[in-house]
Ligand binder design. Structure first.
Ligand code: MN
Length: 742
C-alpha cells in the first residue's frame, strides 16, 4: 500500500469510529425506556442511512451521516420526540439522496414512517431545490403537515442543524437560508410552542443576516456577564429566603434575553443597546402538586412583588387562560435594585417542560403506541383546523395565504365573550367584524355593527380584552372592499376576499359579454391573443380585470375602437424578469461587484442607504436594475425569502485607493438638552472631520433632546470614526447609526 492509500485507510477507520461514537451518543440522549423492538428499529434506520449516504460528504467535508444522526438527536434530546420521529430523523434524506424508494421505507418501517419521510422529501423537493416562490412552497408544506405534525417537527430539527452548520455555506445561500428561517421556521416553531428552538433559530438567523449587529450585541452581553450574574444573584437572594420560609420547593434560573429579542427592541424603539433595560429575566420553577399549581404560582408571585415593585401593565396570567399553543406561565416585570427592570416568569415544572418542548412534551413516551393520544393533540388540532380552513379555500393565492398565516402567528390574543358568556379567542387588534366571522360566515357577511358592553359600535370597532359582544345583522348587508381594512383574522380575510372575488367574477362575466359584442361588431376574433393585447394596452392585471373594468364602465365598451388598439405596436410591460439598465444614481465609477460582474449597473436602495463596509446584497428589480440593500434592511427578510431567485450576491470592491464617492448615512444622538448643541455638533462634524452634513434635526422635550443628522461619509470606518469623535466630546450622549427615514 502506498502512503497515500494508507492515510486514506487510517482516515476512514477514524471516521468509522467517530460515526459509531455519535450514534451511541444519540442512543444515550433518548430519555425514555426503549423496548427491544424499538432498539432494533432505530438500529435498522441507522444502518439504512449509513448505506444510503456512504459516499456523500457535507459542505464541511465531514461524512454526510453526521447530519441525520444530529437531526435525530435534536428530535430525541431537545424536543423529546419518540421512536418514530427518531427513525424519521435518521432516514429523512435517504429517499432524496439515494436509490432507496418510499416503497423500501414502507416495507422496512411501515406505513406511518413512510408517510412522514414522504412528507419530508416533498418539502425538500419544493424548498431546497427550486427557486420559485417560497410562499407557494410553504403552502404545500402545510398541506403535508395536515397528515402528521411530526413532518414539521422533524423538518424543524433538520433546519436547526442546518442553521447550526451554516458557516460552511456560501454567502448567498447563508442569506437565503437564514432569511427563510426567520420568515417561516421560527414563527412555526413558536406556534408549536417550541420556545428554545424558536429563539435559537432567530439568533442563528441574524448571526448571518445582520452580522455586525449580532457581533456587537453578543460582545456587549459577554462583556457585562460577570456584572449581570452578580446583579441577578443579589436580586434573587431575598426571594429565595422568603420562598424557603414559605416551604415552597423551587429552582431559579437567570437568563439573558436572546440576541434577537434585544435587537428587535432596539429597532422597534429606536434605542441603542445600553437603553434596552430589561436585558435579563429570571424564571422561578416551583415543584408543585397538580391540584396546587395555581395557588403555588400565585404565592411565589406575591412573594416577589412584596419585595420588588411590579409594573402592573406588564403582568400576564397565562395560567388562568393559557395561550392557544398551550403555553402556561405567570409573567411580571418588577423594578429591581438601581432602578433596573427585571422580567420574572413563574411556573411549575410541568408548565416549564411544556413551554420548552411544546406539544411534543405531551407525546413523550406516547408516540411508540399506535397514534397520538387525543388530549395531547387537542391544541395542535385546533391550530391545524384553522390552517386547513384557509387552505381549503382553493382560490386564495399563496402570498395572500402566507400573509394570513403570519397574521395569525404574530398577533397576541385577546379574550372576548358572546352574549351567552362563551369565551372566544381573537388576535389582538381584532374588530367586531372579526368576531362576527369567528361566529359564522353568515353572521360576518350580514354584520352591520355590534353592541359592545351594551354600547352601539361600528363594525370596524377594535375589541379589547374582556369585552362582551353582541353582533347586529341585516339581510340587506353584504361584504365590501373596505371591510378588508377592518379585519385581522385569517378567517375573516379569506371569507371577505372570497365573496369579493365571486362578485367580481359575476360582474366580469357581464363585462366579457359586452366586450365580445364589441369584437363582433368590428368583426375581430374574440381570442385570447387579442384579449391579452387589450390587457396590456389598458395596463390591467388580467383578463378578469379587463372584463370587470368594462362591466363597471371604467372602460366604455361602446366607445372602444378595438381595431385601432390592436394595430398599434404595444410594448410588453411585464416580460419575464430581465435586468433593465437604470441610471446609476451614484453616478460615480462602480464601487460594487454585482454577482461576478464588475460593471453591472446598480443603484443604492433608499430604504437602508448602504455605505461601503456594510453587508449588502443585490435585488433584481423590474425596470430599475439591481438595487443594493443592506442585509439588515427592514425589507431584507421578506425580499430574500419571497424572491430568493432575484437575490444576487454583491460586495464592495476592495480597493486600496480611496474613492471620491461619499455615501449618505444617518446618525442619531440622544442626550441632555443643551443650548449650544447644534453648533457643537456641526463643529465636530464639519470642521474637525471635514464631513458634509445634509441635514440636522434636533427635537427637545422635557430636558432631553433627540437629534438626527444625515452625513456624507466614505465608508463604515469613516462613520464609526465620526461617531467615536462625537462620543469623545460628549461622553454623556448616546450616539449611534440609524436608518434614515425615507
Ligand atoms: Mn437534512
Amino acid at each position: 500500500m502506498s502512503e497515500v492509500e494508507m492515510s486514506v485507510v487510517v482516515r476512514e477507520e477514524l471516521e468509522r469510529k467517530e460515526i459509531l461514537k455519535r450514534y451511541k451518543s444519540l442512543l444515550r440522549s433518548i430519555r425514555h425506556e426503549l423496548t427491544n423492538e424499538q432498539k432494533k428499529t432505530i438500529r435498522a434506520a441507522f444502518d439504512l442511512a449509513l448505506d444510503a449516504h456512504k459516499d456523500m460528504r457535507r459542505k464541511t467535508g465531514e461524512p454526510y451521516i453526521y447530519h441525520p444522526i444530529a437531526v435525530a438527536k435534536i428530535a430525541a434530546q431537545e424536543i423529546g420526540l419518540g421512536t418514530t420521529s427518531i427513525v424519521c430523523g435518521l432516514i429523512h434524506d435517504v429517499v432524496e439522496d439515494s436509490d432507496y424508494t418510499i416503497q423500501d421505507i414502507k416495507r422496512k418501517f411501515g406505513e406511518k414512517t413512510a408517510k412522514i419521510v414522504d412528507g419530508l422529501t416533498k418539502i425538500k423537493e419544493v424548498f431546497d431545490h427550486t427557486d420559485s416562490m417560497q410562499a407557494e412552497n410553504f403552502r404545500k408544506m402545510l398541506l403535508t403537515l395536515s397528515d402528521d405534525v411530526r413532518v414539521i417537527l422533524v423538518k424543524l430539527c433538520d433546519r436547526l442543524h442546518n442553521m447550526r452548520t451554516l458557516e460552511s455555506m456560501g454567502r448567498k445561500n447563508q442569506l437565503k437560508i437564514a432569511s427563510e428561517t426567520l420568515f417561516l421556521y421560527a414563527p412555526l416553531a413558536h406556534r408549536l410552542g417550541l420556545y428554545n428552538v424558536k429563539s435559537e433559530l432567530e439568533d442563528l438567523s441574524i448571526k448571518y443576516t445582520q452580522r455586525e449587529a449580532y457581533k456587537e450585541i453578543s460582545h456587549k452581553l459577554n462583556a457585562k456577564k460577570a456584572a449581570r450574574d452578580r446583579y441577578i444573584r443579589k436580586f434573587i437572594e431575598p426571594i429565595k429566603k422568603k420562598l424557603d420560609e414559605a416551604n415552597i420547593k423551587y429552582t431559579i434560573k437567570g437568563r439573558p434575553k436572546s440576541i434577537y429579542s434585544i435587537l428587535k427592541k432596539m429597532n422597534q424603539q429606536d434605542i441603542p443597546f445600553e437603553q434596552v433595560f430589561d436585558l435579563f429575566a429570571i424564571r422561578i420553577i416551583v415543584d408543585s402538586l397538580a391540584e396546587k399549581e395555581k395557588s403555588d404560582c400565585w404565592t411565589a408571585y406575591s412573594i416577589v412583588t412584596d419585595i420588588y415593585k411590579p409594573n402592573p401593565s406588564r403582568t400576564r396570567d397565562w395560567i388562568t387562560t393559557p395561550k392557544s399553543n398551550g403555553y402556561e406561565s405567570l409573567h411580571t416585570t418588577v423594578m429591581g435594585n438601581d432602578g433596573k427592570w427585571v422580567e420574572v416568569q413563574i411556573r411549575t415544572e410541568r408548565m416549564d417542560e411544556l413551554a420548552e418542548k411544546g406539544y411534543a412534551a405531551h407525546w413523550k413516551y406516547k408516540d411508540s403506541k399506535e397514534g397520538i393520544e387525543n388530549e395531547a393533540q387537542a391544541g395542535v388540532d385546533g391550530w391545524l383546523a384553522r390552517i386547513k380552513d384557509i387552505l381549503d379555500n382553493p382560490s386564495s393565492n399563496a402570498l395572500e395565504f402566507l400573509d394570513d398565516f403570519k397574521l395569525q402567528l404574530i398577533h397576541e390574543e385577546i379574550f372576548v365573550f358572546t352574549p351567552n358568556g362563551d369565551l372566544k379567542k381573537l388576535p389582538k387588534g381584532a374588530s367586531t367584524l372579526d368576531f362576527a366571522f369567528e361566529i359564522h360566515t353568515q353572521v360576518g357577511s350580514k354584520c352591520i355593527g355590534a353592541k359592545v358592553n351594551n354600547r352601539l359600535v361600528p363594525l370596524s370597532h377594535t375589541l379589547a380584552n374582556g369585552d362582551q359582544v353582541e353582533i347586529l345583522t341585516s339581510e340587506k348587508q353584504h361584504p365590501r372592499d373596505e371591510w378588508l381594512q377592518y379585519v385581522v383574522t385569517g378567517k375573516a380575510i379569506a371569507r371577505i376576499r372570497n365573496y369579493l372575488r365571486e362578485s367580481k367574477r359575476e360582474a366580469a362575466d357581464k363585462g366579457k359579454e359586452l366586450l365580445k359584442k364589441r369584437f363582433h361588431k368590428e368583426k375581430i376574433e374574440f381570442v385570447e391573443d387579442n384579449i391579452q393585447k387589450l390587457v396590456r394596452y389598458f395596463k390591467v392585471q388580467s383578463s378578469l380585470d379587463l372584463f370587470y373594468s368594462v362591466a363597471k364602465e371604467l372602460i366604455s365598451a361602446d366607445k372602444l375602437q378595438i381595431s385601432n388598439i390592436l394595430n398599434k405596436k404595444i410594448a410588453t410591460a411585464a416580460a419575464p424578469i430581465k435586468v433593465v439598465t437604470a441610471p446609476n444614481t451614484s453616478n460615480k465609477k462602480n464601487e460594487i461587484v454585482v454577482g461576478d460582474e464588475y460593471d453591472l449597473p446598480y443603484s443604492l436602495a433608499k430604504c437602508c442607504n448602504p455605505i461601503p463596509g456594510d453587508d449588502i446584497f443585490g435585488f433584481i428589480t423590474i425596470g430599475e436594475g439591481v438595487k443594493i440593500h443592506r442585509t439588515s434592511c427592514p425589507n431584507a427578510v421578506s425580499l430574500m425569502s419571497n424572491y430568493g431567485y432575484r437575490i444576487i450576491k454583491s460586495q464592495w470592491k476592495n480597493t486600496m485607493v480611496k474613492t471620491e464617492s461619499r455615501f449618505l448615512a444617518g446618525v442619531k444622538i440622544i442626550g441632555i438638552d443643551d443650548v449650544g448643541i447644534v453648533s457643537s455638533l456641526s463643529e465636530i462634524i464639519s470642521k474637525n472631520m471635514g464631513v458634509n452634513m445634509k441635514a440636522i434635526t434636533i427635537e427637545s422635550h422635557e430636558g432631553t433632546f433627540e437629534g438626527m443628522i444625515s452625513v456624507f461619509v466614505e465608508d463604515t470606518k469613516h462613520l464609526d470614526d465620526l461617531i467615536a469623535n462625537i462620543k469623545q466630546k460628549h461622553p454623556m450622549m448616546d450616539v449611534f447609526r440609524m436608518e434614515l427615514k425615507a
